[in-house]
Design a protein around this ligand. Structure first.
Ligand SMILES: Nc1ncnc2c1ncn2[C@@H]1O[C@H](COP(=O)(O)OP(=O)(O)O)[C@@H](O)[C@H]1O
Ligand SMILES: [Mg+2]
Length: 257
């Protein structure tokens, strides 16, 4: 089992949309568990179409050690399960402060499902708090969506610093960057293209830059359909559908490596 965190402390960069599209695509060939660890419950809504607040057992109970993870898992489709999140998660960071191994809660519970899944993919909140830290410590790799705008790059230095800081302070911490995913890409602007070059500069030439995802209402409509773009007849031939399928193949290679 490999664990992948979709991370960027900025909101609105496409984390949730990306997690959902990769989770559904990879479920065609792998056993996948998606984890929503954002109190907004955006992934929960996208995947189930239900109001996240209707779920009684969520990632909040898991992190607090109240129930076994198996009790919070809900089926989404063949080979795809998820652990939902909702507003109850917003108080959990404060409650975890006094607990032992507070950064390792998620890592420790995932050991209990290691033989059930090939891939766990985690959608993180727009902050670098304890929830995101739990996702990072639980992960083997991370995928970082970055808006293809100059603004999008500013926060990257902060994330780089956090990773460097954890690496130098925590023995054995080694989360690889599976890929940087430029989102809200607009091929027509020089700016978008410049940002691709910038991204390479910030992250170094070693890091894989995934095929960019264009700005399109087709993706913005996803929560209304609870279906990925590559499964909707009117969008399945689109660039973004093809791009997400290609990115899924890249992630699958990483899972199998
Ligand atoms: N490529 C895109 N083009 C247009 N809208 C998008 C795209 N990707 C995501 N969106 C929309 O932008 C908003 C933010 O995306 P989301 O995936 O929720 O980002 P995050 O999880 O990083 O906050 C959502 O309303 C989503 O539907
Ligand atoms: Mg989100």
């Amino acid at each position: 089992m490999k664990v992948l965190a979709v991370i960027n402390q900025k909101g609105g960069v496409g984390k949730t949309t990306t997690t959902f599209h990769l989770g559904t695509a990879l479920a065609n060939s792998l056993r996948v568990l998606m984890i929503d660890i954002d109190p907004q419950g955006g992934l929960t809504y996208m995947a189930t179409g239900k109001d996240p607040d209707e779920y009684e057992t969520t990632i909040a109970n898991i992190l607090l050690g109240e129930v076994p993870i198996t009790e919070a898992i809900i089926p989404v489709r063949d080979n795809l399960d998820m652990v939902p999140a909702n507003i109850f998660l917003s108080g959990v960071e404060a409650q975890l402060i006094n607990k032992i191994q507070r950064e390792l809660r998620l890592k420790n519970v995932l050991k209990n499902v290691a033989d059930r899944y090939d891939l766990v993919i985690i959608d993180t909140p727009p902050s670098l708090g304890l929830l995101t830290i739990n996702a990072l410590f639980a992960s083997d790799g991370m995928l970082i969506p970055v808006e293809a705008k100059l603004m999008g790059l500013r926060g990257m230095a902060i994330l780089q610093n956090l990773l460097a800081d954890i690496k130098s302070n925590v023995e054995g911490f080694d989360v690889e960057i599976v890929g940087i995913l430029p989102t809200f890409y607009d091929r027509r602007t020089i700016l978008s293209r410049e940002v691709l070059d910038e991204i390479k500069e910030v992250f170094g030439s070693q890091v894989k830059i995934l095929p960019p995802i264009k700005t399109t209402t087709k993706l913005a409509e996803t929560p209304a359909f609870n279906k990925p773009v590559y499964e909707r007849p009117e969008t399945k031939e689109s660039d973004v559908a093809q791009a997400y399928l290609e990115i899924a193949k890249e992630v699958e290679r990483w899972v199998r490596s």
